[in-house]
Design a protein around this ligand. Structure first.
Ligand code: C5P
Length: 288
């Protein structure tokens, strides 16, 4: 039999362009309303058959990450095995190229879990189209969003997803000042848990109308994250000084994003910030 080539699956970075915390639930989670987009830049997974299950991590942010059940990738693989009992789910070798900083508000671990679900569904030729959606929420609040990996509005704890079309392709710079921020800690530092919801999106948003909409929106997690990690303010200032038309923190931080008029402007801004802050994670990319 011919060897089957390894499957490759992108695990893009998630950006919460806006994130409103609109309520609190009894299970410890918060009710959110968020507009999320995904970037060309991200982690990458490859999956191929093996004699036994194997998982390895490589790349710039691999250091210190667990390769056992402490990693969402392994938990996603096992959750899929549990739910698809009828299918032949032979051992797999999974390789993760970790390009995104961890615990940084751009969904790295959640996007890896979602990517391994998509890759394994292809590798194992799973026919149950509902299996991935059934497994995703139990892996983490952001995993359903990352499974969709396209512009969307998410509500509930993040699992009620509505695809969004008509957003312009965005030129983005991602900046992380090298701090890990704990998501539960940020949520528990929120001063108000019942904030106004998102306004309706403009039907067909060009860059200018999207900027107008963003100006009237918020990331309610930005203030508590800034209180925990004041260096986030420096990232926002660096993005502003580099000519970003808009800058905000993503998710529970600490990664911030800047939006620019053109890819050329984003690349130039990233080069400037990198020169001034060679120890920071700084990437110019576009939304997919
Ligand atoms: O689901 P996940 O493990 O990614 O969530 C991490 C933590 O973030 C939760 O334990 C909770 O403290 C907080 N969270 C929340 N409301 C959400 C999503 C996450 O309070 N909608």
């Amino acid at each position: 039999m011919d060897a089957i080539a390894a499957l490759s699956e992108a695990a893009p970075a998630k950006i919460n362009l806006a994130l409103h915390v609109v309520g609190r639930r009894t299970d410890g989670y918060h009710e959110l309303e968020t507009l999320a987009v995904f970037t060309q830049y991200g982690d990458r997974l490859t999956v191929e058959g093996g004699l036994r299950d194997h998982f390895s991590i490589h790349g710039p942010y691999a250091d210190g990450l667990p390769t056992d059940h402490g990693n969402l990738v392994v938990r996603a693989r096992e959750a899929l095995r549990r739910i698809c009992t009828g299918a032949d789910m032979a051992p797999v070798s999974i390789r993760l190229e970790k390009n995104l900083p961890v615990a940084s508000g751009i969904g790295g671990g959640s996007s890896d879990a979602a990517a391994v679900l998509r890759a394994l569904a292809r590798h194992w030729q799973l026919t149950d189209s509902q299996a991935l959606a059934a497994v995703a929420p139990g892996l983490g609040a952001d995993v359903p969003m990352c499974l969709a990996a396209r512009p969307l509005l998410a509500r509930g704890a993040g699992e009620r997803i509505e695809p969004v079309s008509g957003l312009p392709k965005l030129a983005v710079v991602l900046v992380n000042p090298g701090v890990e921020v704990s998501t539960p800690q940020v949520f528990s530092a929120l001063s108000s848990r019942e904030n106004p919801p998102l306004q309706a999106l403009p039907g067909k948003a060009d860059f200018a109308s999207l900027l107008g909409w963003l100006a009237a929106s918020r990331n309610d997690l930005e203030a508590p994250a800034l209180a925990i990690a004041p260096v986030i303010a420096e990232s926002l200032s660096a993005l502003g000084a580099s000519g970003a038309a808009f800058a905000r923190m993503s998710g529970s931080g600490a990664t911030c994003f800047g939006l620019y008029e053109s890819e050329h402007a984003a690349k130039a801004a990233a080069a400037t910030i990198r020169r001034e802050r060679p120890d920071w994670f700084v990437v110019a990319t576009t939304t997919g």
